[in-house]
Design a protein around this ligand. Structure first.
Ligand code: MN
Length: 226
């Protein structure tokens, strides 16, 4: 059985064992608008990626051969440290055990078709390697304050920038909202949504995803599928 885990920054003896991957959709107003939605009328929501979508620094990103429009979405990732359901707002901070920077890689053409046909998004969002992530920096909710903008460069050119403080659902609200419906478990990762500026990647591209104040960048080299 596969072992899905991420390194922990500053602790080479331990790994963060990854359970499920929860992704938040349309959590930044400007991104919701760039996708043609009104954030006032359509609140954020969530979907899942399989564990097999997980990748980490050093892994090659293989561009799926079934999509002509793979796009990058840089996201703050929250590591969940303990299990709970229907978590109250005042207890939400207790469930945060750390942070990472991730990319919600998306086959936009397939997602558009799925939206049109009313089909699920798994093929667009859950392909192998579609959730690359840095190592986990352990910390409490208060530690989030030391981080600034999420910044993505593609071939050294800045293409996406946004600040986690502009999320429609804050980190505690995400924990409350998601746990209203499904239990959160130790090892879960929450990809908290992307700011505006999503764009296409091509084989040969090099992406670098950073969070100001976070000690590690996520480097993604895009390779063709052979
Ligand atoms: Mn996303």
């Amino acid at each position: 059985m596969a072992n899905y885990s991420l390194p922990i920054i500053g602790n080479s003896d331990a790994r963060f064992a990854v359970n499920k991957i929860i992704c938040i959709g349309r959590n930044y107003a400007e991104h919701a608008r760039e996708m043609g939605h009104d954030p006032e009328r359509e609140p954020p929501f969530f979907f899942f990626k399989p564990q097999s979508s997980l990748a980490q620094n050093g892994d090659d990103f293989i561009h799926p051969d079934f999509s002509q429009q793979v796009e990058h979405e840089i996201e703050l990732v929250i590591a969940i440290g303990k299990s709970g359901h229907k978590i109250a707002r005042e207890h939400a901070a207790d469930y945060v055990s750390g942070f990472a920077v991730g990319l919600d890689m998306t086959c936009r053409d397939i997602q558009k078709e799925a939206k049109k046909l009313g089909r699920p998004w798994e093929l667009a969002k859950g392909f192998d390697g579609s959730a690359p992530c840095t190592a986990i920096q352990t910390g409490t909710l208060a530690d989030l304050e030391q981080f600034g903008d999420l910044v993505l460069t593609r071939n050294s050119e800045e293409v996406q920038r946004g600040n986690w403080r502009d999320m429609i659902w804050s980190v505690p609200e995400l924990i409350v909202e998601v746990s209203r419906y499904i239990k959160l478990e130790a090892g879960d990762l929450i990809f908290t949504g992307t700011p505006a500026g999503v764009g296409k990647v091509n084989p040969g591209d090099k992406l670098c995803a950073a969070l100001e104040g976070f000690p590690q960048e996520l480097i993604l080299n895009v390779h063709p599928m052979n």
